[in-house]
Design a protein around this ligand. Structure first.
Ligand SMILES: *[C@@H]1O[C@H](CO)[C@@H](O)[C@H](O)[C@H]1NC(C)=O
Ligand SMILES: *[C@@H]1O[C@H](CO)[C@@H](O)[C@H](O)[C@H]1NC(C)=O
Ligand SMILES: *[C@@H]1O[C@H](CO)[C@@H](O)[C@H](O)[C@H]1NC(C)=O
Length: 565
């Protein structure tokens, strides 16, 4: 009767604690989305109704190197569902897993970057992270086809920028496409050492800046992750400017050119007579002698003298009992059994013979073709002067869906891009991070609740055993290292002491023991927020304790007189 009363009280206390935890962990405030009014943008896209309709998904069918494919991937303009930021903040979302997606938007007028700074910035939110897929953007070359043909991987572009991940490859592409005026061919110049993309589920902001002095910067979340100059040697592959000289394709290695550095020694063409290939690597040590006390007759193993015939041994069924063998204890004092000399390296061992190598007296050197001026050489002194850009597009293949793009800026102003980041990205990330933290806390709370529940079950089934077990845990910790137990877990330590003191002194309040222990066992170092919550909880628990102690006092005398007997 008394125990069940306590159990009910404990359950109430536990429920109050669990509820308080859950209340604190959900409900992150999400302010309403507000449009940013860009002052200095050639193109700015927040996927609000007035502008979102300019995006046209492609239905092109393409014969690619890996077979024919069509852009069947669906696009949607919608709010994110994973750690969503502002309420009502929509983005452009890749909707089909394992599909080719292409979508583009045209500029009102071609974007001309000659003698200017180019700033391209956009947000990427990988709601399902990214195992394999692209999330890059392309600045499309202005030409007739751009306006007449469906967008595809063959649509010429000027710049490609953004995340691309598959397996161990993970990079933020920066590719600039430049025409060789002599050959008329375009080449894709890749930044050689691209930064890795951010793969987590919150919004990440990617910025590319190309200045008119050819300096470039790649920023992620406002921090510069790559910087250099387009004309830096070795920064791009292939280099922005072709080499001045190339190998003469008509120059071939003369037939009599000797480029072997070493040759087999002609003076030692055969194996020396005294070279014995059959000698073993190791031989018994010829100097070793058998120790005087070595007993060749003593066995190395003997039947275990302590072995007993098992009780259920049946000679008829199991045969005669044979004791298991153990190492002969006598052999610990001296050697037993046949003596063998230990093995030592064989001085006569030479191994397999092979003809020695000597420097080649006819060696001329490594051959390389003559250099001739590169007929395709030209100097592109201002690669930042891109060809006119007529649109922007995403043309990606991805295994993961729900990649969200937002706040796409193209213009000439670094300051404007930063201001956009300050207005959209930074507060959005703060909301997402709060949600992420709340989620982590929620998972922890769920785990904690499960433990509470199983402890409560234990308590209901066998309260005495439960308290005994907790007492044991306490004693083990105290005995093992009381100082560090007190230092690292002061709450548990003091909680236990108080609980046991209270329980034994008053002969009541198994509840107080339970509540103290439940509370203290799972307490992690409290944050400020937790502290406040804790105070509120303590109050609640005190109320419960007060209630139960009045119940306990009524029943306690019976219990006490019983123990006294
Ligand atoms: C993603 O990474 C950024 C910075 O690298 C961090 O601020 C953010 O909290 C991370 N988000 C998640 C969901 O891990
Ligand atoms: C190589 O030889 C061919 C044939 O003689 C000639 O047409 C070509 O211009 C030569 N190439 C170079 C790079 O000199
Ligand atoms: C963006 O915010 C940072 C930090 O508050 C500030 O230093 C910077 O001036 C802001 N930039 C713009 C363009 O508003």
């Amino acid at each position: 009767m008394r125990f069940s009363l306590l159990a009910v009280n404990a359950l109430l206390a536990y429920t109050a604690m669990a509820e308080a935890e859950v209340d604190a962990s959900n409900k992150v405030e999400r302010p309403q989305f507000e449009e940013y009014k860009a002052k200095d943008a050639v193109f700015f896209e927040q996927f609000v109704p007035e502008t979102a309709s300019r995006w046209k998904a492609s239905n092109a069918i393409k014969a690619g190197s890996d077979g024919e494919f069509s852009y069947v991937g669906k696009w949607e303009i919608e709010e994110p569902t994973v750690f969503p930021g502002f309420q009502g903040d929509k983005g452009l979302v890749v909707k089909s897993p394992a599909a080719h997606h292409a979508i583009s938007a045209l500029l009102d007028e071609p974007f001309d970057n000659k003698g200017k700074t180019l700033v391209l910035q956009y947000e990427v939110k990988l709601q399902e992270s990214l195992e394999c897929g692209g999330a890059y953007i392309k600045l499309l070359s202005e030409n007739e086809d751009l306006h007449n043909k469906e967008f595809s991987n063959e649509t010429p572009y000027q710049v490609m920028f953004g995340p691309d991940k598959c397996g161990s490859t993970n990079k933020v592409h920066f590719i600039i496409r430049r025409k060789n005026p002599i050959t008329g061919e375009y080449e894709e110049k890749h930044l050689k050492n691209p930064a890795p993309a951010r793969l987590n589920k919150s919004t990440n902001l990617y910025t590319l800046i190309i200045e008119e002095n050819q300096d470039f910067e790649v920023r992620i979340n406002g921090k510069v992750v790559r910087a250099g100059n387009l004309l830096d040697e070795g920064a791009f592959s292939p280099s922005i400017n072709p080499p001045k000289e190339i190998d003469d394709p008509n120059d071939t290695k003369p037939e009599d050119w000797v480029d072997d550095v070493y040759i087999p020694d002609p003076k030692q063409a055969t194996k020396p007579e005294d070279w014995d290939e059959d000698q073993p690597m190791k031989i018994p040590d010829p100097e070793a002698t058998k120790p005087a006390d070595w007993d060749e007759d003593a066995p190395e193993y003997i039947p275990d003298p302590d072995a007993e015939v098992p009780e259920d041994w049946d000679e008829e069924e199991d045969g005669e009992f044979v004791a298991p063998e153990i190492p002969n204890p006598e052999c610990e004092l001296h050697g037993c059994g046949p003596w063998k000399a230990p093995l030592v390296p064989n001085p006569k061992y030479k191994g397999k013979w092979s003809q020695p190598q000597v420097p080649n007296p006819d060696y001329i050197g490594a051959w390389s073709p003559k250099k001739i001026p590169n007929p395709d050489y030209f100097e592109d002194a201002t690669p930042s002067d891109l060809e006119p850009i007529g649109g922007l597009g995403f043309e990606v293949w991805t295994m993961q869906k729900n990649i969200l793009f937002d706040n796409i800026y193209l213009g000439h102003s670094i300051e404007e891009a930063e201001a956009i980041g300050n207005f959209t990205f930074i507060p959005k990330l703060a909301i997402e991070q709060k949600q992420e933290n709340a989620k982590i806390k929620e998972v922890k709370t769920e785990k904690k609740q499960k433990i509470y529940e199983s402890m409560l079950d234990h308590f209901r089934e066998d309260p005495v055993d439960f308290v005994t077990e907790l007492y044991k845990v306490f004693m083990i910790n105290v005995n093992a290292d009381p100082i560090s137990f007190l230092r690292e877990q002061p709450v548990i330590f003091i909680g236990c002491v108080l609980a046991f003191l209270t329980a034994s002194a008053l002969g009541m309040g198994l509840l107080s023991v339970v509540v103290f222990l439940l509370k203290s066992l799972f307490a992690s170092p409290p944050t400020k927020e937790q502290k406040e919550k804790k105070e509120a909880l303590d109050k609640k628990i005190q109320e419960f304790s007060a209630k139960s102690s009045s119940t306990a006092t009524e029943t306690a005398p019976t219990k006490r007189s019983k123990t006294a007997e």
